[in-house]
Design a protein around this ligand. Structure first.
Ligand SMILES: O=C(O)C(=O)C[C@]1(C(=O)O)C=C[C@@H](O)C=C1
Length: 417
């Protein structure tokens, strides 16, 4: 199965996508659809998603007919104009849609977090090929979803923005390897919202083609995070092998199988071994049995924050007055007893360096950062709203990436992949 690849001119594409994703609903559905047609003409679609361009076009046609179906022409709105007046005001100018009293019901939270418009399974984009941990995370986040493999993180973001997928599930941090910086940067560059998180215990296996013995291995390939998570165990296994990074763990197994490489081993999941006909040489080779990766679920629309269950909120901010401001920002949470679960800094790409000459003894260069903070509160809580109002006073830039239910699944390190 081939992963979704980026469209030919992804940079120009991204800028046009951002515009459409800001809207709450596509006001002109077919416009979004045309945009998909144009951009994905030469994309290789993964089997099981759409197998050919004509399949894809028919999916688009279904999508566009649903959108168009929601937009009733004014002539069909009989009845609205026949209401003569309300409270003495003529209603003729009001563009009222007649109310079907039997069908009228108040909006619920479910209406505000719309189900997929194509009316089928939820389509969830992930980076990697089948057997990747990200695919398992997609299945944990959305059981029975249709998982859509993408060859890069960026493509998973774009798949959601272009309505090819309904959600993306992407790794943001691992308990051993640390943050997946690329996804922090992409969260800011794209306009998707974090709508949930899942934590996945990651259980790695060392695998090679059937019949290959450990002594023959001269190279171990895997995702850089997986190599980092198994660093000490690989050394302890006594392998005289170079380590090489590839795009994803399961892709490493697939590559060995496709090229019949008898001197190379992969680090990947047991499911990847099964899918690509590999033999497991060592099981559970992560340096820590509590190895866990945290993934976030992304959608075009935010969810409505609630207070009836534990929520987490993720924000990103920048400031331009040095580290004392960082202290003030963090104290806005501390004073309100709001627990911070994560803080990450990334270079401020638009303004990487600030020149200061406070002491008049030359010019110092300070690096500029964006700070990503996760805190344990819902945006529906007044204390979170007040904390953010205070942060805003100090920040030159502030964005809420999402307020979403915390993953409260009981901890089971042996859960594997
Ligand atoms: O390569 C995979 O299988 C992935 O899903 C990616 C990834 C990552 O990016 O961290 C996910 C979980 C593991 O921590 C190792 C790799």
């Amino acid at each position: 199965m081939q992963a979704l690849s980026p469209p030919p001119s992804s940079s120009s594409l991204s800028s046009s996508i951002v515009g459409t994703s800001r809207r709450r609903r596509p006001p002109t559905g077919p416009l979004v659809v045309h945009c998909i047609h144009r951009s994905y003409d030469s994309v290789n679609f993964p089997a099981g998603v759409v197998s050919s361009r004509s399949d894809w076009q028919s999916s688009c046609a279904i999508l566009s007919s649903k959108v168009v179906g929601q937009e009733q022409p004014p002539e069909s709105r009989s009845g609205a104009d026949s209401i003569a007046s309300v409270n003495g005001h003529k209603t003729i100018d009001l563009d009222l849609v007649p109310i079907d009293k039997a069908a009228a019901k108040p909006l619920t939270i479910t209406d505000l977090a719309p189900a997929p418009m194509h009316g089928s399974q939820l389509r969830v984009a992930y980076q990697g090929v089948p057997g990747a941990y990200s695919e398992a995370a997609a299945g944990k986040a959305y059981p029975k979803c249709e998982a859509i493999p993408c060859d890069q993180f960026e493509v998973a973001f774009q798949a959601v923005e272009l309505w090819i997928a309904d959600r993306a599930v992407l790794p943001v941090e691992n308990s051993l390897g640390g943050s997946i910086h690329r996804n922090y940067d992409l969260l800011l560059r794209h306009r998707l919202h974090i709508v949930g998180e899942v934590q996945l215990p990651v259980h790695h296996c060392l695998m090679a083609l059937p019949g290959v013995r450990k002594e023959y291995i001269t190279r171990v390939i895997s995702h850089p995070q997986a190599l980092a998570q198994c660093e000490h165990t690989l050394t302890k296994l006594g392998l005289q092998a170079a380590r090489e990074a590839v795009d994803d763990t399961a892709g490493a197994a697939e590559y060995i199988a496709a090229n019949n490489l008898r001197d190379t081993a992969a680090i990947a999941s047991a499911r990847a071994a099964e899918l690509y006909g590999m033999q497991i040489l060592a099981d559970g080779i992560q340096d820590d049995c509590g190895n866990v990766t945290r993934f976030v679920m992304l959608a075009r629309e935010p969810i409505i924050p609630r207070t009836d269950r534990p929520f987490k909120t993720s924000i990103v901010f920048a400031h331009d007055k040095g580290t004392s401001v960082l202290f003030k920002v963090l104290s806005a949470f501390a004073f309100r007893n709001i627990n911070l679960t994560k803080i990450e800094s990334r270079p401020h790409r638009n303004r990487p360096i600030r020149l200061v000459d406070d002491a008049n003894v030359g010019t110092a260069k300070h690096f500029e950062y964006l700070f990503y903070v996760d805190f344990e509160a819902s945006m529906a809580e007044v204390r979170a709203q007040n904390a953010l109002a205070e942060v805003q006073e100090f920040a030159s830039f502030l964005r809420v990436l999402g307020s979403y239910p915390m993953d409260m699944t009981p901890w089971s390190p042996s859960g594997g992949d």
